[in-house]
Ligand binder design. Sequence first.
Ligand code: GAP
Length: 410
Amino acid sequence: MNKMSKQEENTKENSMEKIVSLCKRRGFIFQGSEIFGGLAGTYDWGHFGVALKNNIKQSWWKKFVDSRKDMYGMDAAIIMNPKVWEVSGHVSGFSDPTPEGKQFNVMFKTQVGAGDEATVSYLRPETAQGMFVNFKNTVDAFHPKLPFGMAQIGKAFRNEIAPRDFIFRQREFEQMEIEYFVKGEEWEKYFEYWKEEMLLWMEEVGIDMNKVHELEVGDGDRAHYSSRTIDFEFDYSFGRKELFGLAYRTDFDLKNHKLDYIDEEGGGKIVPHVIEPTFGVDRAVLALLLSAYTEDEKEGEVRGYLKFKPSIAPVICAVSPLLKNKPELVEYANTKVYAPLKALFGRIAWDDNGNIGKRYRRQDEIGTPFCIVVDFDTLTDDTVTVRDRDTGVQDRVKVENLEKYLKEKI
Ligand code: GAP
């Protein structure tokens, strides 16, 4: 019943091709080491890709760290003592089957130090362990009461056997993870709580919630540390696959690291249990690109554009002089509109390339919600045109009101 028609399938595949090509053309994401033929499973991020990623990470940090009292940020080293990975179960258990059916450990090995002194270690395959090994440091420094959490954003590395589907499965990627420490008997309550929080954030950044589905991961399919996992899956154009995850890691990690906690409210020495909401930054980007990509017809032409929310769009607004060979327009646009907005918002672009129609198309593709044009009327009445990306509707706004106008929209 759910089978897609051939035409729907083609359109879906097409949308992925269009997104990959848009990402390259407009400076979001490039193949890693492209001029040397690439390196499978790696991608390089251009100016607008970095901006998009930063906005996603900032929105996450704001919601889960800055606006809470019970969360402590971390930025741990990527290379850790190899004992961490023995104790965590990754050396023995973090494997995938090869096409020949052999188990292959997907951690990237690396050498630390030189000559006889050298030891083998690994690039971290999850950011989580950097938080567990700093559990005691965090408790000693901040004296938090249970429940409390640690949060970290950073790179993770997996020598994936078959990297594929653009940035979906890479060998180097980025995670945003929370380890939330609770009393063992309260894990179910907080598991439900974090499930809702994760859904709220997805909606807030603009992921199409009709394409998000919860999957209860069955016994035998969960990671070695988890007693319950929910995968949030997303309908990518190449199928329904994992987006983010929520795991109940029990007291597995703290126990293995021989760490505990003194419950000053009468519980004595206990080992807290862990609820772990985990988010892949790159998969968030991919889900957002697929959610935002829209096609409509404008002036008899098909227009493909990214309908990003202003809060995560790489550029909030582009400023243009109507004609770039009229110094009085350029001067006004630059000094009275672009420079002050740039100083206030940062994510403001100057665009005077080609005619206005071309500039609009380009900004639509980047996902810029507003385009401001300085024209000859501006010179006499200090008003500019503000064009809305989605509707194409143009407002005439006083230059002195632009800050307020944009602030209300973002
Ligand atoms: N600390 C738990 C953990 O690492 P995971 O499900 O293996 O759990 C967490 O990874 C998230 O990292 C995934 O939900 C996904 O968003 C992202 N992720 C995992 N492997 C990835 C890969 N090869 N490429 C891109 N993102 C990946």
